[in-house]
Ligand binder design. Structure first.
Ligand code: ADP
Length: 212
């Protein structure tokens, strides 16, 4: 994806199109005393980001979109596959004790529980494990499938889902993470993890102008 912050030449092109559009790439190049080929990447960026529109045989014209409109449009295109993390999974038969150890070792706040076919069976959050720990039970003898949130009550997402929709689910369901899944004959195969941390990272990268 292109960067939203425009360089000087792109700003100049935008100005030329604003004043003269519709105008062909050829004519823009002439006004700048540059070749059409030199301008091509800039025109591609301006078109992709939504500042300009290109009509065949007519030329470029200014869409009139503001920076924030362009940003919002691009933001709404971000997909799970480009921002997800590696999922940390445990088998449904492991003990609560082992799940706690895994959570510390892997440094994650949510574990996904899978069955013997590696199909999603449940979710374990920090509080699920804390809750199980304040009872008097022996943690190494309770399997996680007793305390996990189980299918079909798990909110999932897929590779091509939109980041804004996932963020909406995290807020609406008041949860920290969603498993990214792939549909298979046996159920949901866990392929990734998307969390509030991923959302915070997206925000930082947006501010650094690193995404759009
Ligand atoms: P914590 O409980 O540590 O604050 P969450 O807010 O993520 O963490 O989890 C709240 C509850 O929702 C937990 O019981 C957890 O099992 C459940 N949960 C977490 N993620 C999901 C999910 N993707 N789908 C359904 N339930 C979930």
């Amino acid at each position: 994806m292109s960067k939203i912050e425009l360089n000087k030449r792109q700003e100049t092109i935008l100005q030329i199109v604003k004043e003269n559009g519709p105008i062909t790439g050829e004519h823009i190049a002439e006004k700048l005393s540059l070749t059409r080929a030199t301008l091509r990447p800039d025109l591609a960026i301006l078109t992709m980001s939504g500042y300009l529109e290109a009509r065949p045989r007519v030329g470029y014209f200014y869409t009139g979109k503001t920076g924030s409109q362009v940003l919002s449009e691009q933001l709404k295109k971000l997909q799970v596959k480009d921002f997800q993390s590696i999922p940390i999974v445990v088998n449904e038969n492991v003990s609560v004790y082992d799940a706690i150890v895994t959570m510390f070792l892997e440094d994650v706040g949510t574990l996904f529980v899978v069955d013997e076919n590696a199909i999603l069976a449940g979710v374990l959050s920090r509080k699920d494990l804390l809750r199980a720990s304040i009872g008097k039970q022996e943690l190494s003898s309770i399997p996680v499938n007793i305390i996990m949130t189980r299918m079909p009550n798990i909110t999932v997402c897929r590779n091509d889902d939109l980041i804004v929709d996932v963020a909406g689910s995290l807020i609406e369901k008041q949860i920290d993470a969603l498993p990214v899944i792939k549909d298979s004959e046996k159920g949901f195969e866990v392929t990734g993890r998307i969390t509030k941390t991923n959302m915070a990272k997206i925000l930082v990268r947006l501010a650094e102008n690193d995404i759009i």
